[in-house]
Design a protein around this ligand. Structure first.
Ligand code: CUA
Length: 337
């Protein structure tokens, strides 16, 4: 190696300035943009917590390694002539390029293998079968020894209990993802993939479809509510009950317009399961798979022109329906709690 290049300190200063700016930017993004109801950093489940710990661990290790390599390069560039030799360079490559990475990757593999093990399940655990439809979620709660309960577009889980999601789809591939709870799992027609989770804290979170599945892929989300076990049991018992005996003009219009040809409202219309079950639709947090707020106006808009909310949705539009009829049906649906 020859003597020092006078330009090098300038280059290193520029690189360290750029790195510093990058670090500031990353810190700002992490503190502001990575938390919230749909974030792997707002973990509320065992699996997401271990993924988050692994992410932070790897980020810290990558930072240390990067700083170490830069430090070495800086020293090598500033070394006086004759100080560095070929043998020394080969030693660095042997330790830092072969032995170091082998030890590090082996340690990482061993620690991730233990974390990748599926949670043990018992016969008494709750099972929730979720089907990815175009573009909504059919959810059937299958409590051990109890009656199945069908709902849609909302997932509720009891905190501290192991829950198995049985995931499939009747037509196209979707991906079921609740970032704060666990990793994503594909929903594949013709097979059922299990995802075992355990929520660790209560709260309202959000899940989404993570595999392009058609026009409204980006409008295929759902609310996730992690509840205390007693609250969950009470909610499930309520969800299992048929709709209350409301006698409103909307209920008759629901029948007249043939809505029951696709939707079930247990206790009122039980003929079809093509579309989402609407038995307690008014109690859901959102409408159209996380697309609109659950309000009467939003219900009316969805009924008259679903394609304007969800392009590609299989529900036909009722653009000729008079506004007062749509409002009456919406009022009826909003009362189904
Ligand atoms: Cu369903 Cu993307």
């Amino acid at each position: 190696m020859t003597g020092r290049n006078p330009d090098q300190p300038g280059i290193f200063k520029a690189i360290s300035r750029a790195l510093l700016r990058l670090a500031y930017g990353a810190a700002a993004a992490l503190s502001g943009g990575c938390t919230g109801i749909q974030s792997a950093f707002s973990a509320f489940g065992i699996e997401a917590e271990s993924t988050r710990a692994l992410t932070w661990g790897m980020t810290a290790a990558a930072t240390v390694i990067t700083i170490g390599v830069l430090w070495l390069a800086w020293h090598a560039a500033r070394a006086p002539a004759g100080r560095l030799d070929h043998q020394g360079g080969m030693r660095v490559i042997l330790w830092l390029g072969a032995i170091g990475p082998t030890v590090l990757l082996t340690a990482l593999l061993v620690s991730s293998l233990t974390k990748m093990r599926t949670l043990p399940t018992g016969a008494d655990d709750l099972k929730i079968a979720v089907d990815g439809e175009q573009f909504w979620w059919r959810a059937r709660y299958l409590p051990a020894g109890g009656q199945p309960v069908e709902t849609a577009n909302e997932i509720r889980v009891p905190v501290g209990h192991t829950v198995t999601f049985a995931l499939t789809s009747p037509d196209v591939i979707h991906s079921f993802w609740i970032p704060g709870l666990a990793g994503k799992v594909d929903m594949i027609p013709g097979r059922t993939n299990d995802l075992v989770v355990r929520a660790t804290r209560t709260g309202v979170y959000r899940g989404a479809c993570a595999e392009f599945c058609g026009l409204s892929h980006a409008r295929m989300a759902f609310d996730v509510v992690a509840m205390a076990p007693a609250d969950f049991d009470r909610w499930l018992a309520g969800a299992a009950r048929p709709a209350a005996g409301i006698d409103s003009p909307g209920r008759h219009l629901f029948e007249e317009y043939g809505c029951g040809g696709c939707h079930t409202i247990r206790g009122h219309a039980e003929d079809s399961t093509i579309g989402p079950d609407l038995t307690h639709v008014g109690s859901r947090l959102s409408l159209g798979a996380g697309t609109l707020p659950m309000t009467r106006d939003a219900l009316s808009r969805f009924i008259r022109d679903p394609a304007s909310v969800k392009p590609g949705a299989l529900m036909p539009s009722f653009k000729d329906m008079p506004g007062k009829d749509a409002d009456a049906i919406s009022s009826y649906l909003a009362e189904l709690r």
